[in-house]
Ligand binder design. Structure first.
Ligand code: APR
Length: 233
């Protein structure tokens, strides 16, 4: 079986009703990124940050995977697929993808504010636990924090993701502005003969000198078009 890596960003979930970050009216227009997505912001106002992620987590209960997520999951019928996502939602998993690497953490999980990457501290929440409060404690006794990789923090899954990208026959990029590193740099690991496709309704500046087959469409429509292409090539 050929190997596919699907690298996704916020645009993957846009058709499910989750805001992107950098489009007009996106999340970073509504909330100052340095307040809600940095360790300094968390240190300055843990309640504001906790409430921000509580709201994101509750929104997850009201949204569904879209056709794009389902078409990505369906690739597993014919390919060995790894989804590498910058998204913190669980819509790829809910659509049926079985191998998903989250680069920027997962909304449904919480961890210790002292040792966020210690696997013993990371815990999946039940939906009835989605509201975290100041005073809730991790296993090590420190304040429970969202299992989210904030700006300025290390991205522990980048190496395993790079290994999969390096092995891929086909890489499909969907719905990311490729502004955030190290995720945006993952394509440097592709082999010369790897086919690269990019699905995004906007023009995305690709930061490397490689031929990229661009499908300038939304995630669902773009995945339909890509499926036709994969069938004929
Ligand atoms: N289908 C596909 N792509 C879409 C759609 C759609 N329906 N609607 C918008 N997009 C595209 C936009 O054109 C843009 O290129 O999704 C992309 C979203 O870009 P960003 O908002 O920058 O999101 P992303 O690239 O995922 O951001 C990376 O930055 O702050 C963070 O940690 C956060 O993981 C996030 C990271």
């Amino acid at each position: 079986m050929k190997k596919i890596v699907v690298l996704t960003g916020a645009g993957m979930s846009a058709e499910s009703g989750i805001s992107t970050f950098r489009d007009a009216g996106g999340l970073w227009d509504q909330y100052p990124v340095e307040q809600v997505a940095t360790p300094e912001g968390y240190a300055a106002n843990p309640k504001l940050v906790t409430d921000f992620y509580n709201a994101r987590r509750k929104q997850l209960l009201t949204v569904e995977p879209n056709e794009g997520h389902r078409l990505v999951a369906a690739l597993e019928k014919e390919y060995e697929v790894t989804v590498v996502t910058q998204n913190v939602d669980n819509l790829h998993e809910r659509a049926g993808s079985t191998h998903v690497i989250h680069l920027h953490g997962e909304l449904t999980k919480v961890t210790s504010s002292q040792n966020p990457n210690d696997p013993r501290q990371i815990r999946e929440l039940l939906p009835e636990e989605y509201e975290i409060k100041i005073g809730d404690k991790a296993a090590d006794g420190s304040q429970l924090r969202p299992f989210i990789v904030w700006f300025g923090e290390s991205v522990p899954n980048i190496e395993v993701a790079a290994d999969y990208v390096g092995e891929a026959d086909i890489v499909i990029i969907i719905g990311t502005s490729l502004n955030v590193y190290p995720a945006a740099g993952l394509l440097y690991y592709t082999k010369d003969k790897t086919d690269i496709y990019l699905i995004d309704p906007a023009e995305v500046k690709v930061p490397y000198d490689r031929y990229v087959h661009v499908i300038q469409k939304g995630a669902s429509e773009g995945m339909r078009e890509l499926n036709d292409l994969l069938r004929t090539t």
